[in-house]
Design a protein around this ligand. Structure first.
Ligand SMILES: NC(=O)c1ccc[n+]([C@@H]2O[C@H](COP(=O)([O-])OP(=O)(O)OC[C@H]3O[C@@H](n4cnc5c(N)ncnc54)[C@H](OP(=O)(O)O)[C@@H]3O)[C@@H](O)[C@H]2O)c1
Length: 327
């Protein structure tokens, strides 16, 4: 089958191949795990974690985000059957013609949501939902989203809006202002403000004028690239005592503090966890209510498309989500 596989000594290079063995479970004579679901992949999306983890940790086939049609289910799967349209997080790698998913990691795809949009949701929107929940975002909250034009950032903006935030400030480069403003579910929302991080004066002015102004800061940029560290400069923008700073990346020292439960008050890190199924249903409901949809940059599933997609992702110049359509 076709697949994007981890190659090289550590398996950190992603290469498109056409002769990768099918998952053995595609053969009806081979047993499928009781809680496994085999799907024929329709679309798959990529995230920075797909090129960051070596083959020994993440397996040979790259990719988590997937949508497709169920072909086989294990004996313990009671809520799905062959022919169902689903989306979720693949366990065997999503950038392939076939993928295995655990039954708790996959949800039914509603008819109104195309396969490619569904594939764009799992990692970025689960991370957004868990982070905004950790940030206690409710109707009327003020939310600052740092890195607002990326995969997790757009998800954060859209979900914060869907959860009823009344003021959302996004930090991204000025060239992406129109893109973020034009994101579905956000058009016409006059609670959105955008700050250009490449304009030092604008950033300083924003910081000075907004001390104590936010219920939640959702930081998707710190720790992602050289010199990207917003924590100390933006922390004073939290509401005293109640505001929450939620970051999804950072230096190893911060991850270590997080693992030891030693983060300082009002600051937390999120490593997306837990069973995805019910959270995916919740995300779909939020998007339906707010009429928001993920923004896609669709690539062909071939050598050029895979190379281009990962180059763009590594360069940190993604707008929304990079998605591959298998058909
Ligand atoms: N903890 C978790 O569970 C979890 C889950 C998912 C992702 N992550 C991590 O979260 C980070 C973001 O993931 P992603 O999928 O959103 O990545 P992404 O889509 O590749 O993010 C690209 C975005 O980063 C923005 N950016 C680059 N430099 C910036 C800066 N100095 N300040 C603000 N924004 C900047 C870019 O905006 P401009 O083009 O406008 O500059 C671009 O839109 C990655 O490090 C990823 O590994 C963690």
């Amino acid at each position: 089958m076709r697949a994007a596989v981890r190659t090289g000594l550590l398996g950190l290079t992603i290469s498109f191949k056409e002769d990768v063995p099918y998952p053995a479970q595609r053969d009806p004579n081979v047993a499928i795990g009781p809680n496994d679901v085999l799907i024929k992949v329709k679309s798959a999306a990529i995230n920075p974690v797909d090129y960051k983890l070596p083959r020994v940790v993440a397996g040979p086939v790259a990719g988590l985000d997937v949508s497709g049609v169920v072909e086989r289910v294990g004996s313990g799967v009671t809520d799905l059957r062959a022919g169902d349209a689903v989306f979720g997080r693949a366990t065997s790698g999503s950038l392939a013609d076939y993928a295995l998913v655990g039954t708790e990691e996959v949800a039914i795809k509603p008819e109104w949501l195309p396969y490619d949009q569904a594939a764009a949701l799992p990692v970025a929107y689960l991370t957004g939902l868990q982070s905004l929940r950790a940030g206690n975002v409710v109707a009327g909250s003020s939310v600052l989203v740092i890195g607002a034009s990326g995969g997790c950032g757009i998800a954060g903006v859209q979900l914060a809006r869907a959860m009823g935030a009344s003021r959302i400030v996004g930090i991204c480069s000025g060239r992406n202002f129109d893109f973020v403003r034009g994101t579905s579910g956000i058009v016409g929302f006059d609670g959105l403000e955008l700050i250009d991080y490449t304009d030092g004066d604008a950033l300083t002015r924003f910081r000075e004028e907004n001390v104590g102004g936010f219920d939640c800061i959702y930081d998707t940029a710190t720790g992602s690239g050289k010199g990207e560290d917003y924590v100390s400069s933006m922390f004073p923008l939290l509401k005293e005592k109640t505001g929450q700073y939620v970051q999804i990346n950072g230096p190893p020292s911060t991850w270590a503090r997080h693992a030891m439960g030693k983060m300082k008050p009002q600051r937390t890190m999120i490593l997306t966890s837990g069973k995805a199924k019910s959270a995916l249903d919740e995300i779909v409901s939020l998007l339906k209510i707010s009429n928001a949809r993920p923004h896609l940059d669709v690539k062909s599933f071939d050598e050029n498309g895979v190379r281009e997609g990962f180059e763009q992702l590594r360069g940190r110049r993604t707008k929304g989500k990079i998605v591959f359509n298998m058909d």
